[in-house]
Design a binder for this molecule. Sequence first.
Ligand SMILES: Nc1ncnc2c1ncn2[C@@H]1O[C@H](COP(=O)(O)OP(=O)(O)O)[C@@H](O)[C@H]1O
Ligand SMILES: [Mg+2]
Length: 294
Amino acid sequence: MKSSLYETNLSSLSLLGRGKVRDIYDLGSDLLLIVATDRLSAFDVVFTQVIPGKGEILTKISNFWFNKMRDIVPNHLTHLRVADYLNVQSEYEELKDRSVVVKKLTPLPVEAVVRGYVAGSGWEDYSRTGSICGIILPENLSMAERFKSPIFTPSTKAKIGDHDENIPFQEVQNLIGIELADKVRSISIEIYEKAAKFALDRGIIIADTKMEFGLSSEGELILIDELLTPDSSRFWPLNSYEMGKSPESYDKQFIRDYLEKKAWDKSPPAPELPIQIVDKTLARYQSAYDHLVG
Ligand SMILES: Nc1ncnc2c1ncn2[C@@H]1O[C@H](COP(=O)(O)OP(=O)(O)O)[C@@H](O)[C@H]1O
Ligand SMILES: [Mg+2]
């Protein structure tokens, strides 16, 4: 039986905050301890049920990609050991595989989304307007169709309970400046392209992904949060991919599809998930890990 963790309350560290999935502790001297719990969110609502072991899988997948992308952009990981901060033995045992000690940075107020294929909110925007984030796209694209080249479709970083909103690139320029906006866009696309190629060789299409960046006190641009996980990306199995159809996926899409069929208005409280859905979701996350990292 996998360990299951809804939230942490560490006795010796000070809690800075909880995201939808991660608990963040302040370690002083510009360091954070980030613990990936097993919380699940869909449509920006956090469920009361957990996906047992999900946080460990996310942590391992992120660490793998951060390392792989090091030559493109620095990331927030440090080589400091979790063991040196989780001093209570039982807490260390429980959390060691789902925690990282990272540099505390100032997050940019945008989410850097790159799409190689049209799906999700991108598909909704495209169907309605023929464009995504102000990028005008060819007519008659099918659901799940691949773009000629990947597009950068940024969104706002919503507060808890709010929904991220797709914004035009110009708004990113207004928020963080023209030069930095350009840099974020080109690095994000480069990461996507490198990851997409790597994953395709292993039978996975990365349809889209979301990244976060922070700035150091010296103004250096650094990748933060999580990277190319099934929580932050759409992963499709190559062998069942068919244009025009919402693909079977290795990620949260599975839960979203289940929820779309239920009459739930996507505001809290979230409905109870059947155990089979929980089990299948975990199996898909595990399978994404096995294909990419294992
Ligand atoms: N190195 C870092 N420095 C500062 N903040 C970070 C860093 N890495 C991640 N964060 C922030 O910590 C939070 C992670 O928790 P998460 O559950 O992923 O949040 P969210 O609900 O926004 O997805 C996010 O708000 C993210 O911006
Ligand atoms: Mg996050």
